[in-house]
Structures are given as structure tokens and as C-alpha cells.
Design a protein around this ligand. Sequence first.
Ligand code: SAH
Ligand code: AVI
Length: 345
Amino acid sequence: MCVDGSMVRLHSYRQFGFLMLLCQSKRHFGFAEIDRSFRNDVLNGFSIRPRAIPARWQYDRRGSGLFDAITTLPEYYLTRSERSILSKAASEIAALTGFGRAVVEFGSGSSAKTPTLLSAVNPSAYVPIDICTDFLWRSIEQLSKTFPDLSIYPVEGDFTGELRLPAAIQSMPQLGFFPGSTIGNFVVPAAVDLLRSMAATLGQGSMLLIGIDRLKSVDVLLPAYDDAQGITAAFNLNLLHRINSELRGSVPVDAFRHLVRWNDAEERIEMHLEAACDVRFAVEGRPFSMAKGETIHTKNSLKYGPRDASVLLRAGGWAPIADWTDDKGLFSVILAKEGAAQLAP
Ligand code: SAH
Ligand code: AVI
């Protein structure tokens, strides 16, 4: 086993117990950076107008558990659609990528879709990257049972920041995996920057398999983000609980409600937390107030037509080579290779 900064190579499932201890001890050191960014983003987010807090902070342990529950909701078609595409296209994907690449997954969460890809492409290594440490380690435990011979190098951290991939995979051809339409949680300029930094991180000759949710009727989109059981509402409101517990907050969570809007000009779902009455609270000793009806913008989920998705990838330094959709055309999975396509004169 080797430990290199935030990366740990997992040679066998037997070492998992020791890894959990290591991970816990690392929390006291490496996590200071994440804690500091959370604090800065929240204090800044409550101070700017309109108020907004980046979506990545929704994924603490409880938030990630609630997101997993969202993926099974009847209204949340995204996960079902993408899984069906991946299962059907698995052998075509493998034929195009070849075997033995290192699979690098951005925002791996519970890695629920990963086994389908790993079984198809027979990777030389797997690198799950996630900001939510609890889920990262739990999913590795599961995966290492299913793929006992696979070298797994988890990376804990923010994939929008500077990423150091494990030295051991640097000489291997790489396949980026970015499922779930997480790219939709970034506004277009940020999405382009992220795709470019992925291309730089994965390097020449790499490929990217990305899931992107398609534009569709608002009648389908709104319930997917405002489900009848209120799981998405609990997921959104959990951000306020997290602020209270991690940042000495006194936000009156019961005074907020989950609000979902379709922004037609930007072709995106927006999630907000709306104050149901005038509120005053403090975070890290700083006082804030919000008037009834004011909102905190907590997430965007951009939707793309097939052509726009292709343009986005090209702008981000990836040339699409194949794409697949589900029976209803709700979602798309695109395989792209690193390097912008040559433009005709
Ligand atoms: N890939 C899974 C999970 C998608 S949810 C799926 O397709 O279902 C988004 C995941 O990305 C969460 O696990 C969240 O913790 C992670 N995430 C979000 N923003 C991140 C960031 N900036 N850096 C690292 N991980 C991030
Ligand atoms: C991960 N991401 C693409 C999800 C989405 O659909 O925007 C996050 C989500 N949040 C609430 N519901 C789903």
C-alpha cells in the first residue's frame, strides 16, 4: 500500500480496515482546505445578491444519502435512463475505448453505475474522485468486493480545483467517466473550464464518457426536482442543517422551503431555498437577515439539446466520437476523445 497526499492505493479488500483508520486520521489534516472553502463559500453566498451557495456543498454524508434516494424516485428519470443506456451500449463503448485504460471517475458518489463500465472495459486501474469522503470510501468497499483484483486509487477533493492523479496511473491510457449529468450543475463558462481542465488532467490520447441530460418538457423536468415524497426538498434543506452543524449556524431551517423553477432563457432547472417569513440568523458569528420571499440559489441543472452538448464538449477540448440515448430520448451518453476537432477552412 502506498499513501501519497490524498491518494491511497488499495491492493486488496483485506487492507480496507486499515485504510478507514488512515482516512479518519487524515481528516484532521487534509480536510482543513475543504472546511475553509465551505466556510468562505457560505459566508460569501449569504453576502452576495442574489444569494447563492455552490451545489457541491449539498453532498455531506446525509446529503449524499438523500441524493442516492433521489436516484430511485419515479420522477427522477435521469439515473434510470443513463443506466439503461450504459447497459445497452457497454460492448460498443468497450470496442471504441479498447481494454486496459485507467478509468477516472469525476463525482463518483456511490459509484452505482461504475460496475457496468468496469466490467465492459476491463480497466488497468480505477480512480474515483469525490468531495464527499464518506461515500467515496463506502463505495470503494463495495467495488473492491466485486473487483478484487482491481487497483483502486481514491482521490478525496474538489474536481474543480487542481487535481493530482496518482503517479501509478500516469503512464496508462485514461478514460474519464463523468456520469449523472453533473456537468449540468455548472453554468456554461464553468462547464467549459471544467472540461478543459479534465482534458489537461487526463492528458493526450485520453477519452471521456459523459452523461448529459437533454432538454425536454417542463412537465417532466419540474417533478424530477420536486418529487411527491419530498426527498429532493429534504436534500436541498439539508444544506442549512449542514451550515448549522459545521459552521456554528443558527439558520431557522423550518422557516425555509424548497423552491424549483425552470429558467427558460438559460435552459436550466434552478433549485432555491426561499424564506417563508423574515428571518435573522448568524453563521460563524456573522449576522445575516433575509426578508420573506428572498431566496438562496443552491443549484442549477442545465439541460442540453444534442447539438449544444456536442458544441459544449468541443469548446471544452473534447471531440465527440459516438453518442447514445434511451428509448424516450431523455438522456444522452457521449464518448469523446481529447483534442479539439480540426476546423475546416
Ligand atoms: N456519479 C454519480 C453521482 C452524481 S451526484 C451518479 O451519476 O449518480 C454528484 C457527485 O459529485 C456527488 O457524489 C458529489 O459529492 C460529487 N461532487 C459534486 N461536486 C463536486 C466537486 N466539485 N468535486 C468533487 N466531487 C463533487
Ligand atoms: C448530480 N446532479 C446532476 C443532480 C441533478 O440532476 O442536477 C443533482 C440533483 N439534485 C437534486 N436532484 C438532483
